[in-house]
Structure formats: C-alpha cells, structure tokens
Design a protein around this ligand. Sequence first.
Ligand code: SF4
Length: 246
Amino acid sequence: MNELDKLREKYQHIAHELAALYGYPTWRQHKLPVAELVDCILSQSTNDANRDRAFALLTAKFSTWEAVRDAATDEVIAAIKPAGLANQKGPRIQQVLRTITERRGSITLDFLRELSVDDAKKWLTSLNGVGPKTAAIVLCFAFGLPAFPVDTHVHRVSQRLGLIGPKVTPDQAHAIMERIVPADTYYQAHLNIIEHGRKVCQARRPACERCPLTPWCDYYQQTVALNSAVVATSKSKPQKQKDTKQ
Ligand code: SF4
C-alpha cells in the first residue's frame, strides 16, 4: 500500500468517527456565487460574527453589486467597518467586481458552472486578492462543486491528524486534501472537520481526552500517548533506597 492509499484508509476511519459525532451534512447553497465571493473577502482575518455584520450592513446599504462597484470607496469602507481591515477590503471588493464586469460584461459568476473545477479555480484565483481558499469556498458552497476548502481549523486538525505534513501551508493543503478525501464528500468533510476543530481539537489545547480520533492521530500518538507511557514507566521503576545509616 503506498502512502496515499494509507492516508485514504486512515481518513476513512476519521470520517466515520466524525460522522458519528456531527452527522452527514448535505449540501445546500449558502449564498449566491458573487455574494459568497464578497463574503469570503470580508471574512479574511476576522471572525464569523464580524464578517456577518459587515455583510449585512453592506447589502443593506447597497441593493445591488453594481451599486457596490460604482459607489464612492469611502462609503463601502464605512459599511464594512465591523469586518476590520476595511481600508483594504473595501477597494478589493470593488476591484473584484470591476474585473468581473470587464471580463464578463456583467457581475455574474454563473458561467463557472460550465468550466472544469480546475479552470474555475484558475479563473477565480486570477482575481486580485482571491486565493485557493476563497476559490474553493465559492465553488463548494455556492455551486456544490468538488473543491475542498482548507480554513484555519481544517489546516490545524488535518495537520495534527497527520493527513498533511507539518510544513504544508494552508494554500498547499487544498490539493493534498482533495486527493485524500473522496470528492463526493468534500462538503461533509469540510464542515465536520471544522466542527471538530471548534469543539474538540481547539488551537490552544486539543481535548484529546474526549476525542474519538486518538487511534489515528499523529499528534496524540507522538505526544500525549508517548508522554503517558514515559510517566507510567518512570512510576514503575523501583525507587533507590535511601541510606538510613547514621
Ligand atoms: S486526538 Fe487530540 S490532537 Fe488528535 S484530533 Fe483529537 S483532539 Fe485533535
């Protein structure tokens, strides 16, 4: 069995346990494609709540993406302030909307459905400020296409499990995870790994003591289990008798 096959087999066990914990999420369109793209830009370096507030304020202030594109940049920046880095994100959103208009004649991404997933990714990542994660989120969440998004939770949990190596960056991890995870389960895998990262395998302190993935987790096997074995061995060693002679 080669390395990739071993990782695929390991992932099957992990997926089974995660599904037992978090179920089998079925795909639903979260947002329309352009809205998903804007949402992703807003989400950079902030949390979900701030992103959602900024998105709600932006769409309340401007009724169409054309209006966002053509607005004074200061107004867009003011609307998305809760997302942070508004001075960068505002111009970036407008630039993306302008580029889509220039290339397609209107603000639509629906044509991506007709492309291969690889070509759709290339098209999206050719937009200024759009990386592999954003491209995968748009394709997976807005179109239901087989692209695997790697966010901070997926990156951390997959690295601890040993599905991706310790030096693999989030951008590099997309292609690796797409080879390990069956394509028809990307959506489920993405959501379940995120859920596990939020609830159990948290960044600061993974709760390995209540995690069902320990038999397949490199981090657990190489640190927690190993440390426990060392402690057990040192406890079982006979203690040197103290010299009681006066
Ligand atoms: S065993 Fe620990 S490190 Fe491994 S996935 Fe579970 S919580 Fe994370």
